[in-house]
Structures are given as structure tokens and as C-alpha cells.
Design a protein around this ligand. Structure first.
Ligand SMILES: NC(=O)c1ccc[n+]([C@@H]2O[C@H](COP(=O)([O-])OP(=O)(O)OC[C@H]3O[C@@H](n4cnc5c(N)ncnc54)[C@H](OP(=O)(O)O)[C@@H]3O)[C@@H](O)[C@H]2O)c1
Length: 306
């Protein structure tokens, strides 16, 4: 399952939306906050800046050194919340250990929380108030064509759902095994798969026999950061494998959680790493930024979506 082609398609549609909003006098802006010098965050940061520029989204950079205080970071989030040029704010994780990341994401205004990590966004996802986004292709409106209020779902699991649907993979009635239960990936993904009527099993570090579960799965989504965790003898013939993990080797090479060669022999579908979920995550981040711009535009004026 090639993520690059889908990402290009999403970005092209985002560009059209950005141009349409600009013609109406609305510039779409994305703020990105980087604290410290984590190499993975730095590379994600540059990739987002580049992608934003290509689709006409203006980016606002907020970079802090490793020793920034929590007050400085929270003040910056407050300023971004009040910055009318900015539709969405992405804070890159991990933050330095002395900064409580929950305090930071909870300070982001829910209508700018485009990666859906604040308590309000998480709650609205769990309460199925923002899930219309995995059923509607049009940013800003729900599946009935009704106005959608600003609340966003996390970009990586959102991208996984898009990737599966793009490849016409049925989710309804299938047994999906999600490995990893983080707030950014595993947990929201399991909720989205449930909403799409899959039967979902969530595995984690304390799962005693991972292979017992993966062998029964029609769809496996793994997000652990453990290189080679899933091997060919752990999967069912013809199953769908979504590898979300990113592991950077000493030589700079990137691999996922899946032992690609042995798994690809048996899998029906498999995502590559790199070039699978990663590019779609960035595309979804841009799409959520436009979704936010649409929502705030609609809420603050009689702007109509065709
Ligand atoms: N492709 C993308 O766009 C994208 C986006 C985000 C993240 N990622 C990658 O996805 C991976 C996970 O990210 P994250 O933010 O979710 O990480 P995280 O917060 O560290 O969570 C990792 C999860 O994996 C589970 N886990 C760890 N080792 C395991 C094992 N041996 N067996 C079963 N479960 C295990 C952990 O279980 P416990 O909860 O029990 O500790 C935890 O729930 C990382 O490699 C990250 O770089 C990729």
C-alpha cells in the first residue's frame, strides 16, 4: 500500500481548498512548535514546513531550546491560540522531560488542536462527536452536509483509515489487531476502527502472547517502535499489514515494526516503511489545518461551502 500516491492526492485537494479560501480572503496558517533538538522531530519539522509551502499553507515556526521553561512554552501556545493567522498548532513530541506534555497539549485551543491530542479532542473522539471526519471527505462539513465544529482527530490514525479505504480494504466485520495503545496512535486508531465496525483487539507491552492475537487478525496495525516485532510466522495468510512504526538505524536507515520480507510473502497488503503511513500523516495534518480554517470561517461569518 503506497502512501506517497495517496498523500499526493490529498495534498492536491488541500491545495485547491487553500486557494479557494484565499480567494475568499482567508489565508490558511499552521504553527509548528519544536522544543529541543530531537533528531526525529527535526526531520518531521522540516518535512512539514516543505509540505505546507507546497500547498500554499503559511507556516509559523516556534522553536525553543532544550532548556526552555514550561512557562515560556505555555505563553507561546497562548499567543498562538490568539493569533488569527493561525488555523492549527502542531507541537512536536517528545518534549524535554521537565515539560509536562499534557499541560502543553491541554493549553492548545481545541479549535486549533489539529493533531487531536488535547483532553477535549480525545473526549470528543471517544464520545463519537468528531468521528464524522472519517466518514466525510469534505473538510468542514459532516457526512450529512452539516456544519462541523472545530475538533480534530489525530493525523496518523486518520491517515491509516484513509490508506485502508484508498485500497478498498473492507474494515466492517473484520478482526483488527492494533499493537500499541498510545494517545497519539494506538488508542485513537482502535476507536476509529471500532467506528468502522471492525472487531478490535488492542495489544501492548504486557500482552502475554502477541502472536496468538496477530495470527487471528484480518488487519494488523502496529505502532510500537520495536524493529522487526512482527514476523511472517505471526500472521495469517492474506492479512492486511499496516506498519506505523519508525525506527532509525545507526546508519540513518529507516525501518518499521514489521520484518518486511517474511511478512510480505504471506500478507495480502502491506505498507512500506518509509513511504507508507508517514507521508499520509503529513497530508492529513495539512488537511486538518484546512478543516480548521473552514470551520472557523463558517463559524464566524455567513461563508458558504458549495
Ligand atoms: N508513521 C507515522 O506517521 C508515525 C506517527 C506517529 C508515530 N509513529 C511511530 O510509531 C511508533 C509508535 O509511536 P507512539 O507515539 O505510539 O509511541 P509510544 O507512545 O512509545 O507507544 C508505543 C506503544 O507500543 C507498545 N509496545 C512497545 N513495545 C511493545 C512490544 N514489544 N509488544 C507490544 N507492544 C509494545 C507500548 O505498550 P505499553 O503502552 O504497554 O508501554 C505502547 O503502547 C514509533 O515508532 C513512532 O515513531 C509513526
Amino acid at each position: 500500500m503506497d502512501g506517497k500516491a495517496l498523500a499526493a492526492e490529498i495534498k492536491s485537494s488541500v491545495k485547491k481548498d487553500v486557494d479557494k479560501l484565499r480567494a475568499e480572503g482567508v489565508n490558511v496558517g499552521l504553527a509548528i512548535m519544536l522544543v529541543g533538538d530531537n533528531p526525529a522531530s527535526r526531520s518531521y519539522y522540516s518535512a512539514i514546513l516543505k509540505a505546507g509551502e507546497k500547498v500554499g499553507i503559511r507556516t509559523y515556526e516556534h522553536v525553543f531550546s532544550e532548556d526552555a521553561s514550561v512557562n515560556e512554552v505555555l505563553n507561546a501556545v497562548n499567543a498562538i491560540n490568539n493569533d488569527e493567522r493561525v488555523s492549527g498548532l502542531l507541537v512536536l513530541f517528545p518534549l524535554p522531560s521537565k515539560i509536562n506534555s499534557r499541560r502543553v497539549v491541554n493549553k492548545i485551543s481545541p479549535d486549533k488542536d489539529i493533531d487531536g491530542l488535547g483532553a477535549m479532542s480525545v473526549g470528543r473522539l471517544a464520545a463519537e462527536e468528531s468521528l464524522y471526519q472519517i466518514f466525510s471527505k469534505q473538510p468542514g462539513v459532516d457526512e450529512c452536509g452539516l456544519l462541523a465544529t472545530g475538533s480534530f482527530i489525530p493525523c496518523t490514525p486518520f491517515g491509516v483509515i484513509r490508506l485502508l479505504e484508498h485500497h478498498n480494504i473492507d474494515i466492517e466485520g473484520k478482526h483488527a489487531v492494533v499493537i500499541g495503545k498510545s494517545l497519539a496512535v494506538g488508542k485513537p486508531l482502535s476507536m476509529m476502527l471500532l467506528a468502522k465496525e471492525a472487531t478490535v483487539t488492542v495489544c501492548h507491552k504486557a500482552t502475554s502472547d502477541l502472536a496468538f492475537h496477530t495470527k487471528q487478525a484480518d488487519i494488523i496495525c502496529t505502532a510500537t517502535g520495536v524493529k522487526g516485532l512482527i514476523k511472517g510466522d505471526m500472521i495469517k495468510e492474506g492479512s492486511v499489514i499496516v506498519d506505523i512504526g519508525i525506527n532509525v538505524g545507526k546508519d540513518g536507515s529507516i525501518s518499521g515494526d514489521v520484518d518486511h520480507d517474511s511478512v510480505a510473502e504471506k500478507a495480502g497488503f502491506i505498507t512500506p516503511v518509509p513511504g507508507g503511513v508517514g507521508p499520509v500523516t503529513i497530508a492529513m495534518l495539512l488537511e486538518n489545518t484546512v478543516r480548521s480554517a473552514y470551520s472557523s470561517t463558517i463559524l464566524s461569518s455567513p461563508y458558504q461551502i458549495e
